[in-house]
Design a protein around this ligand. Sequence first.
Ligand code: PAF
Length: 278
Amino acid sequence: MTRVVRTRAELREALAAAPRPIGFVPTMGWLHVGHRSLMQRARADNATSVVSIFVNPRQFGDPADLERYPRNEARDVEICGEEGVDLVFAPTVDEVYPPGFDTTVAVGAIAKPLEGAARPGHFDGVATVVAILFSLVDAERAYFGRKDYQQLLVIRQMARDLAIPTEVIGLPTVREADGLAVSSRNVHLSPAERAAAPVVHRSLMAAADAWRRGERSADALRRVTRDVLAAEPLAVPEYVSVADARTLHELETVDASALLSTAVRFGPTRLIDNEALE
Ligand code: PAF
């Protein structure tokens, strides 16, 4: 039976009695098969599984984006129950950021390019809330999807630098049958945009194929990605990146492991995806 707690005190009390190790899946709700795969690993690897559901206002630059973020807590709790999650932490904004809260966790270089450049302040919000959640849950392991690859690197850096002992584990992106990466934001796509959206994955796969055939010029790989995206009129690319997979510095030549990533707009909806070249 999944128990739902809403306050720090209730969480502390529930965790005091919980068998260890604890596996933690932080989420913003609107749970989907990608989250289910994280919960399944958390359950398989640990004696207790904890999921947080909290739409974190500090990681949204645009208030309209926060406003339209999809929510359905009852359904989310049901999904946690189906996955056998032991504990759901679903706090209010005041519970996470009590009156007088005045700290920001700002991760350095790894948070600057790509999503950091496109969404100023976003990773400060992510690092701050995840530091709070890590500190409250005190899990042995926490699970994140590799679709948000830069977020994974930012959280790893934050945990290492703040001496938070929770191990940060990244799991493969879950995809729809047509290749579209599963995301809470997909619900905002119109039928025409949804039909067009698999081009994001296709564009990355085309570049990955070129790399497998021996292409090592990062510019050539960016061009392959852009050309595939350009063939889809509803896709408006924001960036196409071929970067060092550890530092996220843009590359000229792909001779070590690299990350191919892109952000693409379909109307008001912004999708991101990536493919590792390794
Ligand atoms: O990936 C997410 O859903 C969020 O960024 C996270 C990690 C739960 C922090 O709010």
